[in-house]
Design a protein around this ligand. Structure first.
Ligand SMILES: Nc1ncnc2c1ncn2[C@@H]1O[C@H](COP(=O)(O)OP(=O)(O)OP(=O)(O)O)[C@@H](O)[C@H]1O
Ligand SMILES: [Mg+2]
Length: 347
Protein backbone atom coordinates (compact mmCIF):
# COMPACT_ATOMS: atom_id res chain seq x y z
CA UNK A 1 0.00 0.00 0.00
CA UNK A 2 1.27 3.42 -0.85
CA UNK A 3 0.42 6.85 -2.14
CA UNK A 4 1.05 7.66 -5.77
CA UNK A 5 2.16 11.04 -7.14
CA UNK A 6 2.17 12.19 -10.76
CA UNK A 7 4.16 15.40 -10.82
CA UNK A 8 3.89 17.40 -14.05
CA UNK A 9 3.98 14.47 -16.45
CA UNK A 10 4.33 15.02 -20.19
CA UNK A 11 4.37 12.31 -22.80
CA UNK A 12 5.04 12.52 -26.52
CA UNK A 13 4.68 9.90 -29.24
CA UNK A 14 7.00 11.38 -31.87
CA UNK A 15 5.70 14.92 -32.40
CA UNK A 16 2.32 14.17 -30.82
CA UNK A 17 1.93 15.69 -27.37
CA UNK A 18 -0.22 12.97 -25.77
CA UNK A 19 -0.14 13.82 -22.03
CA UNK A 20 0.12 17.46 -21.01
CA UNK A 21 1.30 18.35 -17.52
CA UNK A 22 -0.61 15.68 -15.61
CA UNK A 23 -0.61 16.31 -11.85
CA UNK A 24 -2.32 13.91 -9.50
CA UNK A 25 -1.96 12.77 -5.89
CA UNK A 26 -3.57 9.43 -5.11
CA UNK A 27 -3.97 8.71 -1.39
CA UNK A 28 -3.19 5.42 0.28
CA UNK A 29 -6.03 2.97 -0.39
CA UNK A 30 -7.81 5.49 -2.58
CA UNK A 31 -9.80 4.43 -5.64
CA UNK A 32 -9.39 6.90 -8.50
CA UNK A 33 -11.06 6.61 -11.89
CA UNK A 34 -9.65 8.11 -15.07
CA UNK A 35 -12.63 8.99 -17.21
CA UNK A 36 -12.73 10.51 -20.66
CA UNK A 37 -13.51 9.99 -24.34
CA UNK A 38 -11.62 7.52 -26.51
CA UNK A 39 -8.09 8.69 -27.30
CA UNK A 40 -7.84 11.23 -24.43
CA UNK A 41 -4.81 9.46 -22.94
CA UNK A 42 -6.16 7.16 -20.22
CA UNK A 43 -4.27 4.02 -21.25
CA UNK A 44 -1.13 6.07 -21.91
CA UNK A 45 -1.32 7.45 -18.36
CA UNK A 46 -1.55 3.93 -16.93
CA UNK A 47 1.30 2.69 -19.12
CA UNK A 48 3.49 5.55 -17.92
CA UNK A 49 2.67 4.76 -14.27
CA UNK A 50 3.40 1.07 -14.92
CA UNK A 51 6.69 1.95 -16.62
CA UNK A 52 5.83 0.39 -19.99
CA UNK A 53 6.27 3.84 -21.55
CA UNK A 54 8.98 6.32 -20.59
CA UNK A 55 7.80 9.83 -19.71
CA UNK A 56 9.31 12.92 -21.32
CA UNK A 57 8.93 15.36 -18.44
CA UNK A 58 7.88 15.19 -14.80
CA UNK A 59 8.26 12.70 -11.99
CA UNK A 60 6.43 9.68 -10.67
CA UNK A 61 6.56 8.73 -6.98
CA UNK A 62 5.25 5.78 -4.98
CA UNK A 63 5.15 7.13 -1.42
CA UNK A 64 8.35 9.17 -1.20
CA UNK A 65 10.21 6.84 -3.55
CA UNK A 66 10.93 8.19 -7.02
CA UNK A 67 9.90 5.63 -9.66
CA UNK A 68 10.41 7.66 -12.85
CA UNK A 69 13.28 5.54 -14.16
CA UNK A 70 12.59 2.27 -12.33
CA UNK A 71 11.95 -0.80 -14.53
CA UNK A 72 8.30 -2.02 -14.61
CA UNK A 73 9.07 -5.30 -12.79
CA UNK A 74 10.49 -3.35 -9.86
CA UNK A 75 7.56 -0.95 -9.47
CA UNK A 76 5.50 -3.22 -7.24
CA UNK A 77 2.23 -2.85 -9.09
CA UNK A 78 -0.42 -5.09 -10.55
CA UNK A 79 -2.10 -4.29 -13.83
CA UNK A 80 -5.19 -5.59 -15.59
CA UNK A 81 -5.00 -4.74 -19.28
CA UNK A 82 -7.77 -3.45 -21.53
CA UNK A 83 -7.96 -6.98 -23.02
CA UNK A 84 -7.34 -9.31 -20.11
CA UNK A 85 -4.22 -10.83 -21.73
CA UNK A 86 -4.27 -14.14 -19.85
CA UNK A 87 -1.66 -16.63 -21.04
CA UNK A 88 -3.85 -18.97 -23.14
CA UNK A 89 -1.57 -22.02 -22.89
CA UNK A 90 -1.42 -21.85 -19.09
CA UNK A 91 -3.98 -22.99 -16.53
CA UNK A 92 -5.50 -20.57 -14.06
CA UNK A 93 -2.97 -21.62 -11.39
CA UNK A 94 -0.06 -21.23 -13.83
CA UNK A 95 -1.29 -17.79 -14.90
CA UNK A 96 -1.27 -16.76 -11.25
CA UNK A 97 2.06 -18.44 -10.44
CA UNK A 98 3.90 -16.62 -13.21
CA UNK A 99 4.34 -13.28 -11.45
CA UNK A 100 5.28 -15.02 -8.21
CA UNK A 101 8.00 -17.05 -9.94
CA UNK A 102 9.40 -13.89 -11.52
CA UNK A 103 9.50 -12.39 -8.02
CA UNK A 104 11.18 -15.54 -6.66
CA UNK A 105 8.45 -16.37 -4.16
CA UNK A 106 9.06 -19.85 -2.66
CA UNK A 107 6.78 -22.65 -4.02
CA UNK A 108 4.94 -23.31 -0.73
CA UNK A 109 4.07 -19.64 -0.29
CA UNK A 110 3.12 -19.42 -3.97
CA UNK A 111 0.52 -22.15 -3.54
CA UNK A 112 -0.88 -20.54 -0.40
CA UNK A 113 -1.18 -17.12 -2.03
CA UNK A 114 -2.82 -18.53 -5.16
CA UNK A 115 -5.38 -20.42 -3.07
CA UNK A 116 -6.14 -17.30 -1.03
CA UNK A 117 -6.57 -14.99 -4.00
CA UNK A 118 -8.74 -17.49 -5.91
CA UNK A 119 -10.93 -17.68 -2.84
CA UNK A 120 -11.11 -13.87 -2.89
CA UNK A 121 -12.33 -13.71 -6.50
CA UNK A 122 -14.65 -16.70 -5.90
CA UNK A 123 -12.80 -19.07 -8.24
CA UNK A 124 -11.58 -21.73 -5.81
CA UNK A 125 -11.63 -25.07 -7.65
CA UNK A 126 -10.82 -23.52 -11.05
CA UNK A 127 -7.01 -23.91 -10.70
CA UNK A 128 -6.70 -26.48 -13.50
CA UNK A 129 -8.87 -24.77 -16.12
CA UNK A 130 -7.48 -23.05 -19.18
CA UNK A 131 -8.72 -19.54 -20.08
CA UNK A 132 -10.69 -20.90 -23.07
CA UNK A 133 -12.66 -23.06 -20.60
CA UNK A 134 -13.86 -20.01 -18.67
CA UNK A 135 -16.64 -17.46 -19.25
CA UNK A 136 -15.74 -13.82 -19.91
CA UNK A 137 -16.51 -12.85 -16.33
CA UNK A 138 -14.44 -15.70 -14.95
CA UNK A 139 -11.49 -14.77 -17.19
CA UNK A 140 -11.89 -11.25 -15.92
CA UNK A 141 -11.64 -12.43 -12.33
CA UNK A 142 -8.54 -14.49 -13.16
CA UNK A 143 -6.94 -11.36 -14.64
CA UNK A 144 -7.82 -9.52 -11.44
CA UNK A 145 -6.47 -12.38 -9.30
CA UNK A 146 -3.25 -12.40 -11.30
CA UNK A 147 -2.75 -8.70 -10.57
CA UNK A 148 -3.62 -9.12 -6.86
CA UNK A 149 -1.61 -12.28 -6.14
CA UNK A 150 1.70 -10.42 -6.23
CA UNK A 151 0.30 -8.20 -3.44
CA UNK A 152 1.21 -4.99 -5.25
CA UNK A 153 1.39 -1.54 -3.66
CA UNK A 154 -0.63 -0.10 -6.53
CA UNK A 155 -3.32 -1.67 -8.71
CA UNK A 156 -3.92 -0.38 -12.25
CA UNK A 157 -7.07 -1.48 -14.09
CA UNK A 158 -7.66 -0.54 -17.73
CA UNK A 159 -11.37 -0.87 -18.63
CA UNK A 160 -11.52 -4.30 -17.04
CA UNK A 161 -15.28 -4.61 -17.53
CA UNK A 162 -15.60 -3.34 -21.11
CA UNK A 163 -16.11 -6.79 -22.63
CA UNK A 164 -18.76 -8.01 -20.21
CA UNK A 165 -22.54 -7.96 -20.57
CA UNK A 166 -24.51 -5.40 -18.55
CA UNK A 167 -25.62 -7.66 -15.67
CA UNK A 168 -22.18 -9.12 -15.11
CA UNK A 169 -20.63 -5.67 -15.35
CA UNK A 170 -22.88 -4.47 -12.52
CA UNK A 171 -21.89 -7.42 -10.34
CA UNK A 172 -18.20 -6.99 -11.10
CA UNK A 173 -18.28 -3.26 -10.27
CA UNK A 174 -19.33 -4.00 -6.72
CA UNK A 175 -17.07 -7.01 -6.54
CA UNK A 176 -13.95 -5.01 -7.50
CA UNK A 177 -14.82 -2.08 -5.27
CA UNK A 178 -15.53 -4.34 -2.30
CA UNK A 179 -12.30 -6.29 -2.81
CA UNK A 180 -10.30 -3.07 -3.21
CA UNK A 181 -11.71 -1.72 0.04
CA UNK A 182 -11.10 -4.96 1.95
CA UNK A 183 -7.49 -5.19 0.74
CA UNK A 184 -7.11 -1.38 1.02
CA UNK A 185 -5.09 -1.15 -2.16
CA UNK A 186 -4.32 2.14 -3.94
CA UNK A 187 -6.12 1.82 -7.27
CA UNK A 188 -6.33 3.65 -10.58
CA UNK A 189 -9.23 2.51 -12.70
CA UNK A 190 -9.66 3.51 -16.32
CA UNK A 191 -13.10 3.65 -17.85
CA UNK A 192 -15.08 5.63 -20.38
CA UNK A 193 -18.31 4.62 -18.67
CA UNK A 194 -19.46 7.54 -16.52
CA UNK A 195 -21.89 5.54 -14.39
CA UNK A 196 -19.12 3.08 -13.58
CA UNK A 197 -16.86 5.93 -12.48
CA UNK A 198 -19.64 7.52 -10.39
CA UNK A 199 -20.52 4.40 -8.39
CA UNK A 200 -17.01 3.02 -7.85
CA UNK A 201 -14.67 5.93 -7.19
CA UNK A 202 -13.46 7.96 -4.24
CA UNK A 203 -12.45 10.57 -6.82
CA UNK A 204 -12.77 10.91 -10.58
CA UNK A 205 -10.24 12.47 -12.93
CA UNK A 206 -11.92 13.63 -16.14
CA UNK A 207 -9.44 13.83 -19.00
CA UNK A 208 -9.76 15.57 -22.33
CA UNK A 209 -7.11 15.55 -25.06
CA UNK A 210 -4.27 14.69 -22.69
CA UNK A 211 -5.21 17.28 -20.08
CA UNK A 212 -6.90 16.87 -16.69
CA UNK A 213 -10.20 18.72 -17.19
CA UNK A 214 -11.34 18.20 -13.58
CA UNK A 215 -10.51 16.10 -10.54
CA UNK A 216 -13.02 15.68 -7.72
CA UNK A 217 -15.42 13.41 -5.85
CA UNK A 218 -18.24 11.90 -7.92
CA UNK A 219 -20.63 14.41 -6.32
CA UNK A 220 -18.39 17.39 -7.15
CA UNK A 221 -17.94 16.25 -10.73
CA UNK A 222 -21.67 15.62 -11.18
CA UNK A 223 -23.01 18.69 -9.39
CA UNK A 224 -20.22 21.21 -9.98
CA UNK A 225 -18.61 20.45 -13.32
CA UNK A 226 -15.72 22.78 -14.15
CA UNK A 227 -16.55 23.02 -17.84
CA UNK A 228 -19.23 22.32 -20.39
CA UNK A 229 -17.23 19.32 -21.56
CA UNK A 230 -17.26 17.74 -18.08
CA UNK A 231 -20.97 18.50 -17.66
CA UNK A 232 -21.74 16.90 -21.00
CA UNK A 233 -19.61 13.85 -20.34
CA UNK A 234 -21.20 13.00 -16.99
CA UNK A 235 -24.92 12.42 -17.26
CA UNK A 236 -27.45 14.51 -19.14
CA UNK A 237 -27.86 18.22 -18.43
CA UNK A 238 -29.98 21.05 -19.73
CA UNK A 239 -27.82 24.00 -20.64
CA UNK A 240 -29.21 27.52 -21.01
CA UNK A 241 -26.99 30.32 -22.28
CA UNK A 242 -27.02 33.65 -20.50
CA UNK A 243 -25.06 36.54 -19.06
CA UNK A 244 -24.23 37.18 -15.42
CA UNK A 245 -26.09 40.25 -14.07
CA UNK A 246 -24.66 40.10 -10.57
CA UNK A 247 -24.90 38.30 -7.26
CA UNK A 248 -27.55 37.97 -4.61
CA UNK A 249 -25.75 36.58 -1.60
CA UNK A 250 -24.39 33.19 -2.56
CA UNK A 251 -26.48 33.05 -5.72
CA UNK A 252 -25.61 34.27 -9.20
CA UNK A 253 -28.28 36.06 -11.24
CA UNK A 254 -28.20 35.18 -14.93
CA UNK A 255 -30.16 36.89 -17.71
CA UNK A 256 -31.31 34.28 -20.23
CA UNK A 257 -33.82 33.95 -23.06
CA UNK A 258 -35.90 31.94 -20.57
CA UNK A 259 -35.96 34.85 -18.12
CA UNK A 260 -33.88 35.94 -15.15
CA UNK A 261 -32.62 32.78 -13.40
CA UNK A 262 -30.70 32.21 -10.18
CA UNK A 263 -28.13 29.48 -9.58
CA UNK A 264 -24.89 28.88 -7.77
CA UNK A 265 -21.46 28.73 -9.35
CA UNK A 266 -17.75 29.35 -8.85
CA UNK A 267 -16.61 32.54 -7.03
CA UNK A 268 -15.21 34.49 -9.94
CA UNK A 269 -17.65 33.80 -12.74
CA UNK A 270 -18.94 36.74 -14.81
CA UNK A 271 -19.91 37.66 -18.38
CA UNK A 272 -21.31 35.03 -20.78
CA UNK A 273 -22.12 31.73 -19.07
CA UNK A 274 -23.86 28.39 -19.40
CA UNK A 275 -26.46 27.68 -16.76
CA UNK A 276 -26.65 23.94 -16.19
CA UNK A 277 -29.57 22.04 -14.66
CA UNK A 278 -29.89 18.28 -14.25
CA UNK A 279 -33.24 16.98 -15.65
CA UNK A 280 -34.11 15.29 -12.34
CA UNK A 281 -33.94 18.68 -10.57
CA UNK A 282 -36.67 20.33 -12.67
CA UNK A 283 -40.08 20.29 -10.94
CA UNK A 284 -43.52 21.10 -12.35
CA UNK A 285 -45.27 24.06 -10.76
CA UNK A 286 -42.25 25.26 -8.77
CA UNK A 287 -42.24 29.10 -8.63
CA UNK A 288 -38.48 29.40 -8.13
CA UNK A 289 -36.70 29.82 -11.50
CA UNK A 290 -39.98 29.08 -13.28
CA UNK A 291 -39.91 28.58 -17.05
CA UNK A 292 -43.09 28.01 -19.04
CA UNK A 293 -43.25 26.28 -22.40
CA UNK A 294 -45.13 23.70 -24.40
CA UNK A 295 -44.71 19.95 -23.93
CA UNK A 296 -43.18 18.46 -27.08
CA UNK A 297 -42.60 14.92 -25.85
CA UNK A 298 -43.50 12.78 -22.86
CA UNK A 299 -41.76 9.41 -22.79
CA UNK A 300 -42.57 6.82 -20.14
CA UNK A 301 -39.27 5.28 -18.96
CA UNK A 302 -40.50 3.01 -16.19
CA UNK A 303 -38.83 4.72 -13.25
CA UNK A 304 -39.55 8.24 -14.58
CA UNK A 305 -41.37 10.25 -17.22
CA UNK A 306 -39.02 12.08 -19.57
CA UNK A 307 -40.63 15.34 -20.64
CA UNK A 308 -39.25 17.65 -23.31
CA UNK A 309 -40.54 21.22 -23.12
CA UNK A 310 -40.03 23.85 -25.80
CA UNK A 311 -39.62 27.35 -24.36
CA UNK A 312 -40.81 30.46 -26.26
CA UNK A 313 -37.14 31.14 -27.17
CA UNK A 314 -37.10 27.86 -29.10
CA UNK A 315 -34.83 26.26 -26.52
CA UNK A 316 -35.78 22.75 -25.43
CA UNK A 317 -35.29 21.52 -21.88
CA UNK A 318 -35.81 18.00 -20.65
CA UNK A 319 -37.06 17.03 -17.24
CA UNK A 320 -37.37 13.70 -15.45
CA UNK A 321 -40.67 13.71 -13.59
CA UNK A 322 -42.55 11.14 -11.52
CA UNK A 323 -43.54 8.27 -13.79
CA UNK A 324 -47.23 8.93 -13.03
CA UNK A 325 -47.11 12.73 -13.55
CA UNK A 326 -50.12 13.92 -15.58
CA UNK A 327 -48.48 15.62 -18.55
CA UNK A 328 -50.11 16.01 -21.96
CA UNK A 329 -48.18 16.60 -25.18
CA UNK A 330 -49.09 20.03 -26.57
CA UNK A 331 -50.15 21.45 -23.20
CA UNK A 332 -48.43 24.30 -21.42
CA UNK A 333 -46.12 23.31 -18.56
CA UNK A 334 -44.19 25.37 -16.02
CA UNK A 335 -40.99 23.88 -14.69
CA UNK A 336 -38.85 25.38 -11.95
CA UNK A 337 -35.70 24.50 -10.09
CA UNK A 338 -34.16 25.44 -6.75
CA UNK A 339 -31.31 27.93 -7.22
CA UNK A 340 -28.95 25.58 -5.37
CA UNK A 341 -29.61 22.93 -8.04
CA UNK A 342 -28.55 25.17 -10.92
CA UNK A 343 -24.84 25.54 -11.69
CA UNK A 344 -23.16 28.31 -13.67
CA UNK A 345 -20.17 27.59 -15.92
CA UNK A 346 -18.12 30.27 -17.71
CA UNK A 347 -18.67 30.25 -21.48
N1 LIG B 1 2.28 3.75 -29.54
C1 LIG B 1 1.68 4.87 -29.97
N2 LIG B 1 2.21 5.65 -30.92
C2 LIG B 1 1.62 6.79 -31.32
N3 LIG B 1 0.45 7.26 -30.83
C3 LIG B 1 -0.15 6.53 -29.87
C4 LIG B 1 0.41 5.29 -29.38
N4 LIG B 1 -0.41 4.81 -28.43
C5 LIG B 1 -1.43 5.67 -28.33
N5 LIG B 1 -1.28 6.71 -29.19
C6 LIG B 1 -2.19 7.88 -29.33
O1 LIG B 1 -2.26 8.52 -28.06
C7 LIG B 1 -3.56 9.01 -27.81
C8 LIG B 1 -4.04 8.48 -26.47
O2 LIG B 1 -4.23 7.06 -26.56
P1 LIG B 1 -4.72 6.20 -25.34
O3 LIG B 1 -4.59 4.76 -25.72
O4 LIG B 1 -4.02 6.64 -24.11
O5 LIG B 1 -6.26 6.63 -25.27
P2 LIG B 1 -7.41 6.13 -24.29
O6 LIG B 1 -7.89 7.33 -23.53
O7 LIG B 1 -6.97 4.95 -23.52
O8 LIG B 1 -8.57 5.72 -25.33
P3 LIG B 1 -9.61 4.47 -25.34
O9 LIG B 1 -10.76 4.90 -24.47
O10 LIG B 1 -10.00 4.38 -26.78
O11 LIG B 1 -8.90 3.24 -24.85
C9 LIG B 1 -4.41 8.57 -28.99
O12 LIG B 1 -4.55 9.68 -29.84
C10 LIG B 1 -3.60 7.47 -29.64
O13 LIG B 1 -3.83 7.44 -31.02
MG1 LIG C 1 -7.48 2.91 -23.52
Amino acid sequence: MTTLTLDGIDKFYGDLHILKDINLEVGQGEFISLLGPSGCGKTTTLRCIAGFEPIDRGRLLFGTREMTNVAPEHRDLGMVFQSYALFPHMTVAENLAFGLEVRKVAPAERAARIAKVLEMVRLAGYEGRFPRELSGGQQQRVALARALVIEPAVLLLDEPLANLDAALRDDMRFFIRDLQQRVGITTIYVTHDQSEALVMSDRIVVMEKGVVAQCGTPKEIYERPASRMVAGFIGHSDVIEGTVLGREGAMIVVETAAGRLRAHGPEAVSGPVHLMIRPEKLRPGLAENAMTGRVKKAVYQGSALLVVVELPSGQEISALLDADAAVAVGAELTLGFAARHGWVIAR
